[in-house]
Design a protein around this ligand. Sequence first.
Ligand code: KIV
Ligand code: ZN
Length: 384
Amino acid sequence: MSNRIQIFDTTLRDGEQVPGCGLNKEEKIIIAQALEELGVDVIEAGFPISSPGDFDSVQALATIIKDATVCGLSRAVQKDIECAAEALKNAVRPRIHTGIGTSDQHVFTKLKLTREQVLERAKGCVSYAKKFVEDVEFYAEDAGRTDNEFLAQVIEVAIKAGATVVNIPDTTGYCLPEEYGQKIKYLVDNVRGIEKATISTHCHNDLGLSTANSIAGIQNGARQVECTINGVGERAGNTSLEEVVMILRKHNWLNYDTGINSKKLYPISRLVSETMNMPVQANKAIVGSNAFAHSSGIHQDGVIKNRDNYEIIDPAEVGVDKSSIILTARSGRAALNFRLGQIGVQLGKDELEGAYKQFLKLADEINVVDDPELKELAEEYVNA
Ligand code: KIV
Ligand code: ZN
């Protein structure tokens, strides 16, 4: 089995379902071009039947994007599939993503079908989509809560009907990593023909486990990960693309590769955050504003001596200029001296001691001491 992990970005479809963060066609084009430069394998451009605007956006991306596969979502409904096919007509690499709910919860209380009917619909939607495109991905919605035996039957039917990719969504973010990993392994071991399709993870973050679940999926045989920039998405969001990519890079002994240019992770995170008007939490892994900021004295001293003491990622690797030493009342003399050095001020031992006392008073008052305050504080010593 190849160790190349396909990155399927759904920022423009599942990610865009965040209330109040909808994107227009022009915004979608800008983000899609940035995603292509980032090196994603698949861009899920939208859900064409959902609105004329979304149809137009998918059609535009299908025309513009040349390297990545462009994917359109549909339910297991013929008119959805026809609409997706029409929107994707100009794509170099079109993919239709179609499927149906498989958990008892979805089958009986949402779809109000029997399991036999779900199997029929799964077969029907894949076969119908195959009339339009070769590359058909099947999703088993709420697979996370679906009993494995039935899930295996549905996936087998979908592959037999021609699905090239089978998506196993933990739609409600319910699974534990061990459980989700075992689910993927169960499918690998029990679905006839599974080697003909790529298994995909699609994990939501309701319990904060989406990244861990996606990695567990990979370790058990999934070779595509569905994710979004900054982890945006409905409710608590989707798996965060930058987290998965950096986990695989940092644990390179696992031997999994992606085609992602990691230096573009921070710039695209900013682009998506600004375009969607959705701030990134400061302590967000990889792309949060504090991800490479050090403010306690012990850590600062360690980082100044050798960055590897407290950083496992070189900020440049993800497109961040540099790590920062933030001056607060928790900072020590080493950090003050370092930051003074950065603004061209060198102080002797006694002067530094005096400056440090003054600095602590100021930091207690204003919390973070930035360059302008630092320059003012240093003036007394420079001009002495
Ligand atoms: O979360 C989910 O189940 C989905 C499917 C439509 C793929 O987004
Ligand atoms: Zn989803």
